[in-house]
Ligand binder design. Structure first.
Ligand code: UD1
Ligand code: CA
Length: 456
């Protein structure tokens, strides 16, 4: 049967205290609404409708590429009113599934369970038992346990308020019946809203069975209303991802101190120490070790690489058997071949470093092509920028660059060339030769150090 998913996302989210529409706040760097979309997109024969209102334009722009039907609810008159906006597009023979743009962590298995209970004469409702049910709609059952209706907190009497089984809002039902009940909703209630929850009593009156099911974990159905709940769900989400990686064999020294904001493809026997953050699309090979406090974004890290603590890596490729850090920064378009060593306080930008080359201490290498087996001494700087234009430095295979050298680009250091320490190199240097550019050492006899003047 065809499925039609309706995602409600028109609410304001006042308690977020933000200019950004609520459903565009992120968990794992992905907008809340995108989480819900991705879940629905995994369902078969599904058409997705998203009801937007507050910040409609911005929501639609941010997620413009998604193949969904956007529907604007210009006034937020309640959840029932929100679903009514889609009514004319609900196929009689479809199953309609209601989801919420601010409930991001629902799992596919829970939805499958809910959908499997839905049929011609059964409305399936996702409920959960909460120690503290305050604020939620309560599930009212008769003595035999049959669901009769949902009562909202604000409309509930004292006895109803003691009910701990609550409405998650998530439900699935046959399209034709839903349309009929939507047309019957009124707003005679404490909040003067058209409640979607009122369709439960209408279904019961039409001899529908109400089948309930629950998520395996209540975090799945938690919504985001403020930054505290957003932070809570971020941690829940991160732990889910950490557990996924551990199931794939990754060793996480502390899964509570791990963040993945994007995707991570891993090989075997990867070890990740605490406080490592991955962003974007990342791929790491076998036997890679990553030290504490690294920030890694859009990186490819090949087999057997060791990344020592406190490195920042972005849009870079690290070849197999390389050793990076501690305290190294690999900036975009850095490509390190196999067996390279990049040490502490080294910054590399838009450069290729050849196999077996080493840049071990305190250097800046930018816009450079570095050959194989090159040794770059401590404090070497490629001066790639004249304030307006950027220029390239080429260092050929086997070159040895002495400490504290400035290479003023555009410049080429020849094959197996040696540059003497402390040189400022402005012209190409020949292969196989020693080049240096420093004045002779000089000593001044009888030179006096300045003495401190008495203050007046
Ligand atoms: C709703 C349920 C309540 C349930 C709770 C679970 C109703 C009447 N009540 O209450 O039983 O326990 O969710 O969290 O359905 N929205 C729109 N347009 C509107 C109104 C709401 O798109 O006109 C969207 C909101 O953006 C939000 C969602 O629907 O994402 C829920 O609305 P909200 O007003 O938060 O419902 P609750 O009062 O929490
Ligand atoms: Ca110098």
């Amino acid at each position: 049967m065809n499925l039609i998913t309706i995602i409600l996302a028109a609410g304001k989210g006042t308690r977020m205290r933000s200019q950004l529409p609520k459903v565009l706040h992120s968990i794992g760097d992905k907008p809340l609404l995108r989480h819900v979309y991705d879940l629905s997109a995994g369902l078969r024969n599904n058409t997705i409708h998203i009801v937007i209102g507050h910040g409609a334009e911005r929501v639609q722009q941010t997620l413009a590429k998604l193949p969904v039907n956007w529907i604007e609810q210009t006034q937020q008159l309640g959840t029932g009113h929100a679903v009514q906006q889609v009514s004319s597009q609900i196929d009689d023979n479809s199953i309609a599934l209601i989801l919420y743009g601010d409930v991001p962590l629902l799992q596919a298995e829970t939805l499958e369970k809910l959908l499997s209970k839905t049929n011609e004469k059964t409305l399936a409702l996702l409920t959960v038992n909460l120690k503290n049910p305050a604020g939620y709609g309560r599930i009212v059952r008769d003595d035999s346990g049959k669901v009769l209706r949902i009562v909202e907190e604000k409309d509930a009497n004292a006895t109803e308020k003691t009910i701990t089984e609550v409405n998650t809002g998530i439900l699935a039902v046959q399209g034709k019946a839903l349309k009929k009940w939507l047309a019957q909703l009124d707003n005679n209630n404490a909040q003067g809203e058209y409640y979607l929850t009122d369709i439960i009593a209408l279904a019961v009156a039409d001899s529908f069975e109400i089948a309930t099911t629950s998520p395996s974990n209540e975090d799945e159905v938690l919504g985001v209303n403020d930054k505290i709940q957003l932070a809570h769900l971020e941690r829940v989400y991160q732990l889910q991802q950490a557990q996924n990686l551990m199931r794939q064999g990754v060793t996480l020294r502390d899964p509570m101190r791990f963040d993945l904001r994007g995707n991570l493809d891993v090989g075997q026997d990867v070890e990740i120490d605490v406080n490592v953050i991955f962003e974007g699309e990342n791929r790491i090979g076998d036997n890679v070790k990553i030290g504490a406090n690294c920030s890694i974004k859009n990186a490819t890290i090949e087999d057997e690489v060791i990344i020592l603590p406190n490195c920042v890596i972005e849009n870079a490729v690290v070849g197999a058997n390389s050793r990076i850090g501690p305290f190294a920064r690999l900036r975009p378009e850095t490509v390190l071949a196999n067996d390279t060593h990049i040490g502490n306080f080294v910054e590399i930008k838009k450069s290729v470093i050849g196999q077996g080359s080493k840049v071990n201490h305190l250097s800046y290498i930018g816009d450079s092509l570095v050959g194989k087996k090159v040794n770059i001494g401590a404090g070497t700087i490629t001066c790639n920028y004249d304030g307006v234009n950027k220029f390239q430095t080429i260092i050929e295979d086997g070159a040895f660059i002495g400490s504290d050298t400035q290479l003023v680009a555009p410049v080429t250091v020849g094959k197996n060339a040696t540059i003497g320490a402390g040189s400022t190199i402005t012209k190409d240097t020949p292969d196989e030769q020693l080049t240096l550019s420093r004045s002779k050492q000089l000593s001044v006899p009888n030179w006096q150090r300045p003495v401190k003047k008495e203050k007046l």
